[in-house]
Design a protein around this ligand. Structure first.
Ligand code: FES
Length: 105
């Protein structure tokens, strides 16, 4: 496992269609399980700082529980009625029951 991946959670902690926020050194990250595929995105909504793990998964996005911004898990971009900066994305690796993250450059 390359050093820049960090172990953050267990696969068994994030059931299908659920979200979990973890902390890494450069901030909080929400991990989403979408049909068994894991995505990771900056956790703090750029609108008014709700934790995205309080929202829900819709297709390939997380809908923020705060005011409904829809964050695309593959691009980090939001659909919202006002422009929002994109969220950072993280690469996810699964090794056994462990989930590792690495910030995407
Ligand atoms: S805090 Fe996320 S949409 Fe307002």
């Amino acid at each position: 496992m390359p050093d820049d991946f960090v172990k953050v959670a267990k696969v068994s902690e994030i059931a299908d269609a659920t979200l979990k926020t973890v902390s890494v050194k450069d901030g909080d990250v929400t991990i989403a399980n979408v049909d068994g595929k894991y995505y990771a995105i900056g956790a703090i909504c750029k609108h008014a700082e709700w934790d995205l793990s309080e929202g829900y998964i819709e297709s390939d996005s997380i809908v923020c529980a705060g005011h409904g911004a829809k964050w695309n898990l593959q691009t980090g971009e939001a659909e919202f009625h006002e422009p929002l900066d994109p969220e950072p994305l993280y690469d996810v690796k699964i090794v056994g029951d462990d989930i590792y993250l690495r910030k995407r450059s």
